[in-house]
Design a protein around this ligand. Sequence first.
Ligand SMILES: [Zn+2]
Length: 63
Amino acid sequence: MICPSCGSRQVGYLPGNRFYCWGCFVQFVIGDTRIEVYEVDEDGTLVSVNRAVPESMTATPGR
Ligand SMILES: [Zn+2]
């Protein structure tokens, strides 16, 4: 499995057909026709990221 957001192979499996990327800290769910990507907010809330991500935004923001 490769992260659809950053291309990292550092992907962990979660229950419910979900995956977590240790490279860019997103969760994603493999659907029948597409991959849903969620950012994890600071308080743990999942924020759906259905928009296309510009290449300039794929770098991990400074934390
Ligand atoms: Zn990633």
